[in-house]
Every structure is written in C-alpha cells, then in structure tokens.
Design a protein around this ligand. Structure first.
Ligand SMILES: Cc1cc2nc3c(=O)[nH]c(=O)nc-3n(C[C@H](O)[C@H](O)[C@H](O)COP(=O)(O)OP(=O)(O)OC[C@H]3O[C@@H](n4cnc5c(N)ncnc54)[C@H](O)[C@@H]3O)c2cc1C
Length: 382
C-alpha cells in the first residue's frame, strides 16, 4: 500500500476529515443540481488547499506535488470526483509562473493567490483545437504597450469563477507552437466574456464554460515567458499536473469500490452475502489491486519530481504513464462497481452511478489517453 511520511499522512487525514464534514453531505444534491458549491471555498482556503502550490516565501503553504495528489485523491473520495480539482486549484497557474515568470510577476500575483481567495483557469482548448492545441486561432496583436486578444476557447474549467486566466494566443505566424504566447489575464478586464455553461455527463459541481475574447486588452508586462514560448510553457506545466488528475480519478474510483464492498457485504442473494461468491470476490480483489497499482505510479511520479530526480522537462513520460494507466483503471473499476450492485447500481440512489459518470473524464481532461500514449511512445522509443 502507498504509505506517506508523517507530514503528508497528517495532511491526508486532515483533508479526509474535512471531506467527511463538508463534501459527503452535499455530494448527491450537488450532482443533481450541478451547482458550483461556493460555500466550500472558504473552508478550502482556510486549509490552504486552493493555494497549496504557492511557495512559503510568497505567503503560501508550499505544498509539493505529492501533497496536491493527496489533496485531490482525498477530496474526490467525498463522492464528487471533479471537486478534487479544488485541491491545489491554482497549481496550473502558479507552476508556470514559478518556472517561467519574472520576479516582478511573481511578486504581483503570488501573495494574492497565497490567500486562497482567487481561483484561476487555463484557457487553451478551442472548438477546433483540442488534442492539436497548436492549431489554435485565438490571436494577440501588439498595440502600443498592450496586446489585444480576439478569439474563442471552449470547455474551460473554472472559467466563469476564476479571477485570473492563463490564456494561450497566437502572436505570430511562425509554425504551430512556435507562434503561441501565454498571457496572464485578469478576468474582470473588458472583453473577457463568459459564454455558455457546458452540460456535462458527470463531474458536476465544477463549472465549464466557453470563453470569448473581444478586443481584450492585456498589458505587455502580463506576457508570461518570452514571446513564442507559451505553448512549450503550457505543455511543461500540464506534464507536471497530470499525476494530480490521475489521483483525483483514483479517489473517485476508491469511493465507488468502498461503497460497493459495503453493499456486497450486506446484500443477501440465496441466503448469502453476494460478497461471498467467488466471481465477485475476485473482481473486487482485482479492482483493489489495480487501483493500488495506479496509485503507486502516481505517487512514484510525484516523489521523483519533488525530490528533484526528474525535472519539469523530464517528467512527461512517467506522468503520462500515470494518467493513462489510472484513466483505464478508474473506468474499469467504476464500471464493475455499478455491476456489483446489479440493477441498484444503475439507479441514482447509489453513488456508484455518479462516480462511474465522473470517471470517464480522466481519459480526456488535460490530454486524452491517446495523446498520453503518444508522449509515452516518444519517451520510450525515440
Ligand atoms: C470537462 C472538461 C474540462 C476541460 N477543461 C479544460 C480547461 O480547463 N482548459 C483547456 O484548455 N481545455 C480543457 N478541456 C479540453 C480538453 O483538454 C480537450 O477536450 C482534450 O484535449 C481533447 O481535445 P478535443 O476535445 O478537441 O478532442 P479531439 O482532439 O478532437 O480528439 C478526438 C479523438 O481523436 C483522438 N486523437 C486526437 N489526436 C490524436 C492522435 N494524434 N493520435 C491518436 N488519437 C488522436 C483523441 O484522443 C480523441 O479520442 C476540458 C475538456 C473537458 C471535457
């Protein structure tokens, strides 16, 4: 079993307690209404969860990648897998700022983010540029000391509630990723327009929206990294974030398995608990084993990064392995958890139905499994 050192274990237990108190009681209602449970934000900020990745020198808790994976796994166990993303919510903004930003930019944004009251989002995908994000057409044109951005993004998680967005836009006609730059955008800027809210299969409680940029004016000092390096910067940051998405999926699937085991222990068929039939016992044993294997890969990836054994440039292969493997496992496990409950598993009266819907996203979010396999193949073959 994956074991943590004392500090991480204490942290895990404190998140688990919070989840029992604040998420478990609202999980079913939030799934049914698909409302964004804003009341959780204060609780999460007080625990340092939203701002987990902000280093101590900027006033944050200085959580490492292992801590973010723990937070996401434990939050997802509360029964709403997607809410796991609130653990280290600002990570995909903070990580590139730390790695590619200037000290002036870090000083400008990190102390505020350290308070945990500002959410962030990453605006990269477009209706015709998802897996092939380098095909994006959102354009930024220099005008005096500003860049003026026009274009459209889709599916953006937290896009309607974020204070800052990391926006990718084309700044030149150089081929593919070389023409793309990254901008830090205050979402209250005129021209930052939130469009339709997506109606999703699962992961309810987490807002996803279209974004439109209509002559959105961004000061030149808000460009992150050099002009033309935005695409590389985003990919490096997503590589580091992938084990946290896997951890979130594992948390949701573990919640489904725990529920299914308790159900099978009490469900009597032909005078015996169904958990006593070997057919189910072996399926449960396999599910527990595969989840643990996925967990091992996730936390090994995080350990290698936290201890400096792999850099941001080198983590891609193992982080894609962790996410692709976990995505398959959580889909298989949650599918079987529905099966363990028979007809009852198909009903919304039991959380396995919701966790099964939630699990599907792990193979799509932040790069599909097919794209992860491309990254892995490049790492092991080329
Ligand atoms: C709920 C949700 C939240 C999201 N949040 C965000 C967000 O916050 N920010 C953001 O920028 N984006 C976000 N996304 C977008 C997400 O990253 C993309 O949906 C994903 O990268 C896939 O792109 P696509 O949907 O355009 O699929 P496509 O690229 O059209 O892919 C279609 C199919 O083709 C396969 N495919 C594509 N290229 C290859 C290839 N080279 N080899 C083999 N197979 C291939 C894919 O795997 C997939 O099966 C979100 C998506 C969802 C559903």
């Amino acid at each position: 079993m994956v074991m943590f050192d004392e500090l991480h274990e204490e942290f895990r237990q404190s998140v688990a307690r919070m989840v029992q108190q604040h998420i478990v009681p609202i999980a079913d209602e939030v799934d049914q209404t698909n409302r964004f449970p804003e009341e959780l934000l204060e609780v999460f900020a007080d625990m340092g969860l939203i701002q987990l990745a902000v280093p101590e020198e900027y006033g944050g808790p200085g959580g490492d990648l292992t801590a973010t994976c723990i937070a996401r796994e434990e939050i997802a166990k509360g029964g709403l897998t997607g809410l796991g993303q609130l653990g280290g919510q600002t990570g995909v903004f903070v990580q590139p700022l730390l790695a590619f930003g200037t000290e002036e930019q870090r000083q400008r944004f990190l102390p505020e983010l350290a308070k945990g009251h500002a959410l962030t989002c990453l605006a990269m995908s477009e209706p015709h540029a998802g897996s092939d994000a380098a095909a994006m057409t959102t354009r930024a044109v220099k005008d005096g000391s500003s860049w003026v951005i026009n274009g459209q993004k889709c599916f953006i998680t937290w896009g309607s509630v974020a204070t800052y967005s990391l926006v990718m836009a084309r700044t030149s006609d150089r081929p593919r990723g070389e023409g793309i730059s990254a901008f830090i955008v205050d979402t209250s800027t005129p021209g930052f327009v939130v469009g339709r809210h997506d109606r999703k299969m699962g992961q309810h409680g987490v807002p996803n929206v279209e974004l439109f940029f209509e002559d959105l004016r961004v000061p030149e000092e808000n460009m992150l990294g050099e002009e033309g390096t935005g695409f590389r910067l985003a990919l490096r940051s997503l590589h580091v974030n992938r084990p946290t998405i896997a951890a979130m999926g594992i948390g949701g699937a573990q919640a489904a398995l725990d529920y299914a085991i308790a159900y099978c222990n009490s469900r009597m068929v032909r005078g015996r608990p169904v958990s006593s039939y070997q057919g189910l016992r072996w399926m449960i044993a396999e599910a527990a084993t595969e989840l643990e294997a996925a967990r091992c890969l996730v936390y090994e990836c995080a350990r290698q990064f936290d201890s400096g054994l792999v850099s941001r440039d080198e983590i891609g292969t193992i982080s894609s392995m962790a996410k692709a493997f976990a995505a398959d496992v959580v889909m298989k496990v949650t599918t079987n958890c529905v099966q363990f409950l028979g007809g009852h598993g198909y009903m919304q009266d039991h959380p396995v139905e919701r966790l099964f819907r939630d699990a599907k996203l792990i193979a799509i979010l932040e790069g599909t499994t097919e794209i992860q396999k491309e990254v892995i193949a490049r790492g092991v073959i080329d």
